[in-house]
Every structure is written in C-alpha cells, then in structure tokens.
Design a protein around this ligand. Structure first.
Ligand SMILES: Cc1cc2nc3c(=O)[nH]c(=O)nc-3n(C[C@H](O)[C@H](O)[C@H](O)COP(=O)(O)OP(=O)(O)OC[C@H]3O[C@@H](n4cnc5c(N)ncnc54)[C@H](O)[C@@H]3O)c2cc1C
Length: 349
C-alpha cells in the first residue's frame, strides 16, 4: 500500500482529473495496482453526485445515502489504498510532448506518463429564482434517479428535445400527469418519441411557454412554477409537485479543445477500452458518455479506464520506454505496440 503523504515523483505514472464517481473509481483501481496515482479534484468537489439529495440506485446501499456521503465513502476507499488527492483545478493539459504536462489554478505543474480524464458534465440550468434552493426538493435533472420519488404526483418537464420527451415518457410510470413545457410550438425530439408522447394520455403539452421562477412550499418542496408565454407575454402559475429540467447537458471539456477528438456535442470520443485518440490518455464517465449518465455507469467506466491505464503503463515498461521530454509524435510511434494504433489519429494543438 502506498503512503499518500510521501513526496510526489518527478514524473507521475498517472494523473486523474476530476473527483466524481468515475475519478474516485479510477483512483481506487490505479492505487490498488500500485501506480501511486494523483487525483486533482476540480472546483466541483465530488462532481454532480455531491449535489444529489439521495442516491437510491447505486448497488450495495439498500438504505440509500446522500450524494455527499457516497463521495466521502469513495474517497476514503481510494485513499486507503494510496490515492493522493489534490484540491485544485486543472487549467491546462499539454499533450504535444511526453510526459504530458498538467497545470493547475494554484500554479502547480505536474508531469505524467498517462492521464485519466474524468471531468464529467453538468446539466444546463434554467437559472431562475427557486431553482437552486429547490434542487433535490422537487427540482431534478435526472428522471432515472428521481422519478421513483414522484409516485402519484403531477410533474412538469421543461424542454423539447429527445431527452425531455424520453424522460417525460419515463416519468409517466410514476406520475399521474406530466406537463411538457416548451418555449416553441413544436418539439425538436425525434418523430418516434413525439408520436409516443402525443399518444400518451398522461402527457400534456404547454406550448410557447418558459419557466421564470419555481415556487416552494413551507416544507421547502416544489409547489408550482411561474410561467410566461413567449408569444403573448402572459404570465401564469402552474401547480406541480416536481420540475424536471432537460434543456441540455454540457460536458466539461474546456481543457480538450483542438487537442482531443470530441463528438458534435463536445464529449470526448473513446473506444471500448476508454482510449482517446492520443496513446496514454484515457477518459471515463460523463465527459465521454452522453447515453447512460449514472453513478453506476460512471464507476464502471472509471474502473475500465484504470485497468487499461495499468496495462498501458506495463506495456510501456515492457517495451523499455525511458523517454522524457520527447515529442508526442515519437511517443505515439513508440506506442505502436498498442492494438488499434492505426485507428488513432494524432491531434496536436
Ligand atoms: C441533481 C443530480 C442528481 C443525480 N442523481 C443521481 C442518482 O440518484 N443516481 C445516479 O446514478 N446518478 C445520478 N446523477 C448522475 C450522476 O451524478 C452522474 O452520472 C455522475 O456524477 C457522473 O460522474 P463523473 O465522474 O463522470 O463526473 P461528474 O460527477 O460530473 O464530476 C466531474 C468532476 O470533474 C471535475 N472537473 C471538471 N473540470 C475540471 C478541471 N478543469 N480540473 C479538475 N477537475 C475538473 C469536477 O470538479 C468534478 O469533480 C445525478 C445527477 C444530477 C445532476
């Protein structure tokens, strides 16, 4: 077991960026693989799960636990095996040389043979009064996570894309009525989802409408939303027990622009082994997953990325890599031992 108080090496075996479920899991696995990993938390310590009131769907915790409690347990478990945690925010990664360089907001600079990127994502917020205060108390961004709490209730879903309609359909399993509020008079969602929603008796559409405030009751749970008609400007109030917001999901990708391959929505592109297009750089969790977006899936991806990192570093050693300060092209050439090398296209900033 590594001592996480010992001085850091000149070149880290691996640096994990992000302290959400994917990051802690990558930390746990790389620590147990004796890689003496360093995890840099980012400004949002614990990630999205740390703003979750109650997590009921993470296996192993039948009594449920709060998001912050789960984060502490993940951290404690990873530290027990030697993970070092830095409370800092990464401002730049330099990947056109190897070892890679990681710079932080506090002015530190690290070198690393490999990186595991777990910078996650964030929901796009409405930014209206009441939203922040009532998050976890009726305001939610995840129907899979919170739908169960709204059995027999009336709900509002805000948005008009695939996610909004898909989640509204899911919520009809629990709620008696789901109103989809959309700023326009037609949905952006795909035809198949639109058809299903139009055919669902529990779903009602409120067109040309935006939410301008969310109201909470005395017990501080949602009681209604203030609405505004985008055509007439008419203001109204709609009673509801919960508000699900689906107006977009934003990957935290500032560090990667013109450095790593991303899809049209800004998620990092990885293969099944969590490899990005640059050898030695792996990614896990919502920074590369726009489909599942759960604690359990992020944990699984963090585990996979860590196992691949361990294998990559072992292969580097076995191939006799002693490089320091080499151009990344040379490094990529050297890494031709990794299968699928040909599929990678090198992108240098
Ligand atoms: C309100 C809410 C409730 C939810 N409830 C549930 C639930 O009940 N069950 C469930 O399974 N899922 C739930 N989810 C989804 C779940 O939280 C996410 O799927 C999961 O947290 C994603 O994990 P991640 O590790 O990929 O990234 P995130 O949790 O998004 O964490 C990203 C991390 O990256 C760090 N970071 C970002 N940029 C930088 C940088 N430049 N330098 C350093 N660090 C950086 C951040 O500080 C953060 O620590 C919920 C989500 C929300 C928003």
């Amino acid at each position: 077991m590594a001592d996480n108080k010992s001085p850091r090496p000149a070149v880290e075996e691996t640096i994990i960026i992000g302290s959400g479920p994917a990051g802690w899991t990558a930390g746990l696995y790389t620590a147990r693989a004796n890689l003496n990993p360093l995890l840099i938390t980012g400004n949002d310590y614990g990630g999205q799960v740390s703003i979750t009131y109650e997590v009921e769907n993470y296996p192993g915790f039948p009594e449920a636990l709060s998001g912050p409690e789960l984060v502490e347990k993940m951290k404690e478990q990873a530290e027990k095996f030697g993970l070092t945690v830095e409370y800092d925010h990464v401002t730049e990664i330099v990947i056109d040389q190897h070892p890679f360089v990681v710079r932080t907001a506090s002015g530190k600079e690290y070198k690393a043979k490999s990186l595991i990127l777990c910078t996650g994502a964030r929901p796009r917020y409405l930014g209206v009064p009441g939203e922040k205060e009532l998050t976890g108390k009726g305001v939610s961004y995840c129907a899979t996570c919170d739908g169960f709490f709204f059995r027999g209730k009336e709900l509002v879903v805000v948005g008009g894309g695939d996610s909004a309609v898909e989640e509204a359909l899911f919520l009809t399993k629990f709620a008696t009525k789901v109103r989809i509020l959309h700023r326009r008079d037609e949905l952006r969602a795909s035809k198949i989802l639109r058809d299903r929603a139009f055919a669902n008796e529990k779903i009602e559409f409120v067109w040309n409408t935006v939410v301008t405030a969310i109201n909470g009751g005395e017990g501080a749970s949602v009681t209604g939303v203030i609405t505004k008609n985008t055509i007439t400007g008419e203001v109204g109030e709609l009673k509801t027990d919960g508000v699900f917001v689906y107006i977009g999901h934003l990957p935290n990708n500032d560090l990667y622009h013109s450095k790593l391959h991303m899809d049209e929505d800004g998620h990092l592109i990885t293969d099944k082994k969590m490899r990005t297009n640059v050898a030695g750089i792996f990614a896990a969790g919502e920074i590369q997953d726009k489909v599942f977006k759960q604690v359990a899936t992020s944990v699984g991806q963090g585990c996979a990325a860590a196992m691949q990192t361990e294998k990559f570093l072992a292969d580097l050693d076995a191939e006799g890599y002693h490089g320091a300060g080499v151009d990344v092209r040379e490094f990529q050439e050297f890494c031709s031992f990794t299968p699928q090398r040909a599929e990678r296209e090198l992108v240098v900033a």
